[in-house]
Design a protein around this ligand. Sequence first.
Ligand SMILES: [Zn+2]
Ligand SMILES: [Zn+2]
Length: 369
Amino acid sequence: MTQTGRAALFFGPGAKLELAELPVPEPEPGALVMRVTRANICGSDVHIWRGDGALADRGRREDGRVIGHEMTGVVHSLGPGVDRDWSGAPLRPGDRIVCQYFAPCGRCRLCLRGRAEACLRQHRAFVGKPSEFPHFRGAFADYFYVRPTMAVFKVPDEVGDVLAAGVNCALAQMVMAFDRAQVSMGDRVVVQGAGGLGLYGAALARECGAGQVVVIDGVDERLALARQMGADETVDFREFGSPEDRAARVRELTDGGGDVVFELAGHPSAIPEGIRMTARGGKYLELGTFYEGTPVEVDPGYLVMNNITLQAVSFYDARSLAGALAFLARRAGDLPLARAAADYPLEAINEALADQAAGKAARASLVMS
Ligand SMILES: [Zn+2]
Ligand SMILES: [Zn+2]
């Protein structure tokens, strides 16, 4: 009899996710099947679930799709030819792993230029019917199919599941962004939003030798975590209620703005004020708003006259995932995020999404059993 596993199917914004039993696939050569142990509700999942911007028209498929992408798990089965992870470490069933949730092709024009994150033929998670092989295309399920071109690494023992679950999205994404932004010693770094991305942004800024780290958010728990993760100063959204007030406060704290400012709030409205938080000659990195359809107004003269560089980053390369794990292996013991998850069983996925969307949980996380 074919073994099956549960998957939460998404039928479109506004519809409740429903659990279904899907067959566990036999991995092809080069692939493997992961048994998911923990999957976080990422800000991106909330955007998809709510149907923000152009996402409103997505996912309305009769057969649903398996969403979710921020996860960790153990090797369930290895396809022919797979006996090592991408760093050469031996891989066996039961080993704890993290993997990319998308698959750069490795041979298109952009992959060949070292821009795997912008791959022209990237295979994305979620795409395809759950009824068709390999069925398990997203993290909100008991299993995840790891394609041959998805980077996979063993998780060091010192990194627990709560931290490991955030590696393949939030942390690896930030490692990539820091690489692109070339944050250097003494930089004043400003982070808009203290979700998963923002908290790691604060920690990585410290790691890179930032002279000052300022984080903006409006939730007490997240502001406290931001300080523990490395922020020197926090700006409370509730205290500085207007975009002008917030930008002025950041410029005051940083003596003229951040040399590097990251938009990690996931609200397009954060962009105009974030640009005003950027110092002359600084860089503004856009990561938080990944969906189209919500344009904002930007004053080009302000950018030009202040020599501000705008840059946007999505996805990451295999090296960023390896770098993220190396960072965690060293810092796992002193990162408060190791204790910050609010756990839900897979059956409670609708509640977990609602709580994350309402800001009731700093990080809602599904624990599979
Ligand atoms: Zn490619
Ligand atoms: Zn994510």
